[in-house]
Design a protein around this ligand. Structure first.
Ligand code: ZN
Length: 134
């Protein structure tokens, strides 16, 4: 079951500068910075009520974030939905005809197992499913 929007991912060119900008916007600082080496990204998280904003900065030119910014510029990169069981949701959505980018859940930032759905089957929005690791 999809429970709620867990976070919105925003692609940025420079995470230090964007941390300052978003700190001004929200009136509070990020609570975490994490590098996800496998994805080639630095991430930074801001808590807003019971949802979050995730800033994403590329750490290498082959990173999906670098390619995204090259094509579209900075901006909303993905919407992440919290699920109670990612394996069940992946199986369900596959049957519904959505294209899963990952065949198996992988490790994401902020203690999550994640999977992405291809934007071509979700009206142009990159969708992330995430399950809190127990
Ligand atoms: Zn995310």
């Amino acid at each position: 079951m999809i429970r709620k929007i867990e976070h919105i991912g925003i692609a940025v060119k420079n995470i230090q500068e964007s941390n300052v900008l978003f700190q001004k916007l929200f009136g509070k600082a990020h609570y975490k910075i994490e590098t996800v080496t496998s994805e080639g990204v630095n991430t930074s998280f801001f808590m807003l009520g019971d949802t979050k904003i995730e800033l994403l900065e590329a750490t290498k030119p082959e990173s999906a974030i670098a390619k995204f910014i090259e094509k579209k510029g900075e901006g909303i990169h993905h919407i992440a939905y919290e699920v109670d069981n990612i394996d069940d949701e992946m199986a369900r959505l596959k049957l519904e005809g959505f294209e899963l980018i990952n065949k198996e859940p992988k490790d994401g930032a902020d203690n999550k197992r994640i999977c992405f759905l291809h934007p071509k089957t979700t009206n142009g929005i990159l969708v992330e499913l995430c399950e809190e690791k127990k």
